[in-house]
Design a protein around this ligand. Sequence first.
Ligand code: AMP
Length: 290
Amino acid sequence: MTDPTTPATGGPLVVRTPDELRRALDGRGRVGLVPTMGALHGGHRTLMRLAREKAETVVVSVFVNPLQFGPNEDLDRYPRDLPADVGVCAEEGVDVVFAPEVETMYPAEQMVTVDAGAMGERLEGASRPGHFTGVLTVVTKLFQLVRPDLAVFGEKDAQQIALVRRMVVDLNLPVEIVGAPTLRDADGLASSSRNVYLDAEHRDSALTLSRALRAGVEATAGGAEGVREAARAVLDEAAKATPPVELDYLALVDPATFAEASPEHRGDAVLAVAARVGPTRLIDNVSVTL
Ligand code: AMP
């Protein structure tokens, strides 16, 4: 059995098992959970700060969830550095870091899962079959283990937070879902654990994603079609860049269902993009009002 460890600096309590987690949380006040896959960056810090504002006890989970990765994805090379993550959590005043082993979360084959339904098959779900079932299953397990009053998710993964919100309603889960705005680096690239895969040239090409989204935002006067066309024009150019930006999808969707917005769509919509730059797959999105 691993003993819970508290760094000498008075940082968070690091727990590895459900029993240790229960002991750490028993008798604590309002609990806020920030689920992450680690390799923590500024975007994760935004979520921790929101949780800190809204809860008495902040729990950050660090778990690279195999169930949400496809067979040819980056599960093995996904960046992992728990000591650095604990350091970030200490700086943000996090109370408990829950960092379970894969065997702890999945001691046997996971037979019962949470089906993400039709919304889970669109966009990211179409490109990554089974991804959102893996996400919703691990989020449900984390909710059961931590029993948080609230959980904070990033708008960076817009379809993910929309699905989590829907799951909480459809399954009557007693958790408040809080959304955090996307943090961007100074050059506009959305902060992501996967950005460490990008060298300077790839990063240059990757900037096209946020540029395309900005072009879309500026074209709202042209309605749904105008937004799509403006963003697509930027991405068409980027397809010819070196290294090229290989578009996976560009879509303007209804924020609640992630179904394509009709040409007559009015009100809020999400402009979402996914593309590959070299070996790295990146996603980004912005809200637009038509
Ligand atoms: P991940 O570790 O990539 O699974 O992300 C954990 C949480 O952090 C998710 O809710 C993400 O949406 C959120 N997140 C990741 N990057 C950002 C960002 N740049 N801005 C805001 N939230 C983010």
